[in-house]
Design a protein around this ligand. Structure first.
Ligand code: NOJ
Length: 563
């Protein structure tokens, strides 16, 4: 692997630190267990602060660490101002913040305010109609046998549960343990702002806003299209008051030097810029590219999954690159299968395809997000029964498929689960080849992937040609080359079914990226780009010639050139 000397930094660019940052996402439960109880924790992350600094990342996004009964691993918050016991104490959290800041790494927290836990005191008071909390959630009259409408939960099953104590139905777009907050109530919005301000005052550097496309629902609760993959979604995504709510929320960040990224599972590419900018957030996770491998009924369509065309990926990514003001770049996260299993070849060409995807992630326009374990090429695992699954989404969807008669048993849907389950991303981080992959001294809360003796941080650090070192090189390159952050993106060879190639251009600087996204050799030829004077900046193979034209790219060969 080679790279060239860094260039002088330009001064004539409207810089933002969050545009130049590389983010590393941590799922605390599965990162590192410091106290031997089988669950990752805050001290465990602090122990790895040097590891993160060595990799070169600028920001850590911490998935929820607030108090929670863990119906959805922390995405069901029961107190916005405290730390879950299993993860440690507020003092541990402060020590983590200090350790990261000492290493020039910023910290953003997950903010889950579309819903709370049922155990949150707001819900407890609301179900008893107490103290002004009456209207904090979506409560609707009805008989216990008849939900108010046909809306379905994103986790499967109906989106309504009858609460005997209050004698009404409440809305939950996710698990029944996650009741949706009623954002129409200004007191709810004020309470959220107070929690946000509380954390900003503690010194955090921003938020990842969970599921914010669902904050506003249709005014009444009309039935949804019964043929939709998630019935009712047109009434509970991008509702009429969403821009207003985001504008109001963004006012809470004013005066703080923050980075705010919103998660919008259902936003079209065209919608993204409506929610960013001065009266919105800095960037949005848009998911179209994650859907290239799914069937007409979405992610959990058992009739079609796994096959995807490179030309489709090019089309979607290029549309994001061309049309979104500032993209949030990701190919995996805690809700997705492992990136190398999804978009690469996790067997024969694991290293080559993982480094190809890393090259892609870190040379596109936008802010790149690395999910824990991607830097060592962690792969999907296998689930031989429904009991082996922890994720409420996978369980709920499989139960629905069986109840609806789409499949008769788990066995029939197992291939889909082995392809799609969110649990693939939640197996513990593989630190070394000792028992439990060095993640914990006790039994881990969730099984470690069997391949930890081969795929682990210790061996990756020891091998200068490893996936880890490729990430390190690419992060360093991105930090030193403005063209990779701020340059224009131009797709080449849109119809080629093996090469994904593009240029990044900033005034007179041009970088060419050529990815042979295939397990077969192919010769590069793109007459519109003059390559005779090209230089190899980074390659995932040895002996890559400096001129790509006429070069037979090897399986998953990925090269960054300076033109
Ligand atoms: C999106 C989060 O990423 C996911 O993990 C969670 O289950 C849902 N939102 C509900 O909070």
């Amino acid at each position: 692997m080679t790279r060239h000397d860094s260039q002088t930094r330009r001064t004539d660019i409207d810089r933002q630190w969050w545009k130049e940052a590389v983010v590393y996402q941590i799922y605390p439960r599965s990162f590192n267990d410091s106290d031997g109880d089988g669950v990752g924790d805050l001290q465990g992350i602090t122990e790895k602060a040097d590891y993160l600094a060595d990799l070169g990342v600028d920001v850590v996004w911490l998935c929820p660490v607030y108090e929670s009964p863990n119906a959805d691993n922390g995405y069901d918050i029961s107190d916005y101002r405290s730390i879950m016991d299993e993860f440690g104490t507020m003092a541990d959290w402060e020590a983590l913040l200090d350790a990261l800041h000492e290493r020039d790494i910023r910290l953003i927290m997950d903010l889950v305010v579309n819903h709370t836990s049922k155990q949150h005191e707001w819900f407890q008071q609301s179900r008893r109609r107490e103290d002004g909390y009456d209207d904090y959630y979506h409560w609707v009259d009805g008989t216990p046998s008849e939900p108010p409408n046909n809306w379905e939960s994103i986790f499967g099953g109906p989106a309504w549960t009858y609460d005997d104590e209050r004698g009404q139905w409440y809305l939950h777009l996710f698990d029944p343990e996650q009741p949706d907050l009623n954002w129409r109530n200004p007191e709810v919005r004020d309470a959220v702002t107070e929690a946000v301000t509380w954390w900003l005052e503690k010194g955090i550097d921003g938020f990842r806003l969970d599921a914010i496309d669902h904050l506003s629902k249709s005014d009444a609760y009309p039935d949804g299209d019964p043929d939709s993959a998630i019935v009712g979604i047109e009434h509970f995504s991008h509702g009429p008051r969403l821009p207003e709510y985001l504008d109001e929320l963004s006012a809470a960040f004013e005066g703080y030097d923050t980075m705010i990224v919103g998660e919008m599972g259902g936003a079209d590419i065209e919608q993204v810029d409506d929610y960013t900018g001065e009266d919105g957030v800095d960037m949005i996770f848009q998911f179209d590219h994650m859907g290239v491998s799914v069937g007409p009924n979405g992610r959990w369509d058992p009739t079609q999954f796994g096959e995807w065309e490179l030309t489709d990926l090019k089309e979607v990514i290029s549309q994001q690159q061309d049309e979104i003001d500032w993209p949030a770049l990701f190919f995996g996260n805690h809700d997705q299968p492992r990136l190398v299993s999804h978009f690469g070849d996790d067997e024969t060409y694991r290293t080559e395809s993982a480094t190809l995807i890393a090259t892609f992630l870190l040379t596109l326009r936008g802010t790149p997000y690395i999910y824990q374990g991607e830097e060592i090429g962690m792969t999907n695992t296998e689930f031989d029964s429904l009991e082996a699954i922890d994720d409420p989404m996978t369980v709920g969807i499989v139960e629905d498929l069986i109840a609806d008669g789409v499949v008769d048993s788990y066995e029939e849907v197992r291939d889909l689960v082995d392809y799609q389950s969110r649990d693939h991303a939640r197996t513990p981080m593989q630190w070394d080849d000792t028992e439990n992959a060095g993640f914990t001294a006790d039994d881990p809360w969730f099984d470690v992937n069997d391949n930890y003796d081969e795929i682990n941080v210790e061996s990756a650090l020891a091998d200068t040609d490893s996936i880890w070192h490729h990430y390190e090189t690419l992060i360093e390159l991105r930090h030193s080359e403005d063209v990779l952050v701020y340059g224009d993106y131009d797709l080449l060879l849109p119809d080629h079914d093996q090469f994904y190639a593009y240029t990044r251009t900033l005034e007179n600087e041009t970088t060419l990226v050529v990815l042979n996204w295939s397990d077969e050799c192919s010769t590069f030829d793109c007459p519109s780009v003059p390559t005779a004077d090209a230089n190899v900046v980074v390659s995932n193979y040895d002996d890559t010639p400096s001129d790509p034209t006429g070069h037979a790219f090897r399986p998953y060969e990925a090269v960054v050139y300076q033109l």
